[in-house]
Design a protein around this ligand. Structure first.
Ligand SMILES: O=C(O)CCC(=O)C(=O)O
Ligand SMILES: [Fe+2]
Length: 288
């Protein structure tokens, strides 16, 4: 448990609990979604988990994969997919490149291994409850059209990924590319999430606050505890198995695996972020 605390954010902030809802219907859901504040819903994800486990069975045992740790990248490891799964406990996952000259943490805290449809064909059919095909990112009909002539299907990066994560894996603070909203489905295990509203971007830009090399705040730097941040609200919560979190556009998020597990993430473009998304997609952005 000592480990666990050292991996949590150190802001001296006002803590808000991310609300958890039982959604009754589509209208109910969109009521929560329109508020553009984070929320978690309970939803039975056992069929999603089953499909992923079937895909895993079908993956060639010798498939090589690479994992990175989260920002700042210190190491890249390469190994076999099945060794990674055993780790998410195996010693066989070899460090192949130390990107920075820093000491390697004994605990394997790599960013959750993210995999796309080429290894996990079942995710091609995963839809967000209550949104389903309403997510523009699942449609490509509108690209190359008179409506959006500057966007072609190739401009749209994969809107979804499967994450297989060890305990204590971390996605360091960032907000997502191109003003997309995000959803993370927790299929197995649990993750702690800490979010900061875009309204507080200015506040956490205080020059005393330690930053990561990507320019975002270093949420776990122990110096934070001594800095004044009583005006800052951090929205915190845990997503458990059979829950989905919705993260509105430009909300900074920090995600820590509390156990090993599996999650699925889908980016979202709906009416309330379509214009900002389409405007930013033609500019090369440096967000993750
Ligand atoms: O589940 C996680 O680790 C967060 C993933 C994430 O934020 C992202 O892919 O943009
Ligand atoms: Fe993200």
């Amino acid at each position: 448990m000592k480990y666990y605390n050292s991996y949590l954010p150190k802001f001296n902030s006002v803590k808000r609990k991310i609300p958890v809802y039982d959604v009754k219907n589509k209208m109910d859901f969109h009521g929560f979604f329109q508020k553009e504040t984070p929320f978690i819903i309970n939803y039975n994800l056992s069929n999603h988990l089953k499909s992923v486990l079937i895909d895993i069975e079908l993956i060639e045992k010798k498939t090589k994969i690479i994992t990175l740790d989260s920002i700042p990248h210190k190491e890249i490891r390469e190994g076999l997919f099945f060794d990674y799964l055993n780790y998410v406990n195996s010693e066989n996952f070899k460090i192949i490149e130390k990107v920075k000259d820093t000491e390697i943490n004994k605990v394997f805290r790599h960013y959750a291994l993210s995999l796309n449809e080429s290894l996990f064909p079942s995710i091609a059919n995963f839809k967000i409850p209550y949104i389903e095909n309403g997510n523009y990112l699942l449609q490509t009909k509108f690209t190359n059209s008179e409506w959006l002539p500057h966007i072609t299907a190739e401009d749209i990066s994969s809107p979804h990924w499967l994450f297989i994560h060890p305990q204590f894996s971390v996605s360091n603070a960032h907000y997502d590319h191109d003003n997309v909203h995000a959803s993370i489905f927790q299929l197995k295990g649990s993750k702690y999430v800490c979010l900061v509203s875009p309204k507080h971007h200015e506040l956490i830009r205080n020059k005393e606050f330690p930053l990561l090399p990507n320019g975002f705040n270093d949420f776990t730097n122990s110096d934070l505890a001594h800095l004044p941040s009583s005006d800052l609200e951090t929205w915190e919560g845990v997503i458990e198995e059979n829950q989905i979190i919705f993260i509105p556009k430009r909300w900074v998020h920090f995600v820590l695996g509390l156990t090993n597990g599996i999650s699925y993430a889908q980016d979202i473009v709906l009416e309330n972020n379509f214009n900002e998304w389409s405007a930013s997609i033609k500019n090369i952005t440096n967000d993750t």
